[in-house]
Unconditional design. Structure first.
Length: 69
C-alpha cells in the first residue's frame, strides 16, 4: 500500500506543477505586450530564446516551491 500512496502523491505533485507552470506562462503572456508565439512563428530567434529562458525560470521556481519543506 505505501507504494500506491507514493505513486499517487507523485502524480498529485506533478499535476500541481503542470498547473502552476501553465498559470505562470499565461501570467507572463498577459503582462508582456509582445506576442512571442507569433514572433517565434516568424522566425525571431531572440523571442524564442527569451521564451525558453522564461520556461526554465518558471520550472526552477516551481521545483523549488514544491521541494521546500
Amino acid at each position: 500500500m505505501p507504494i500506491f500512496l507514493r505513486v499517487l502523491e507523485s502524480v498529485g505533485w506533478t499535476c500541481l506543477g503542470v498547473v502552476l507552470f501553465y498559470l505562470g506562462l499565461r501570467l507572463y503572456d498577459l503582462l508582456d505586450p509582445i506576442d512571442h508565439r507569433a514572433e517565434i512563428r516568424k522566425g525571431n530567434l531572440a523571442s524564442g530564446m527569451l521564451q525558453s529562458a522564461i520556461v526554465l525560470a518558471l520550472a526552477s521556481i516551481i521545483i523549488a516551491v514544491i521541494l521546500s519543506p
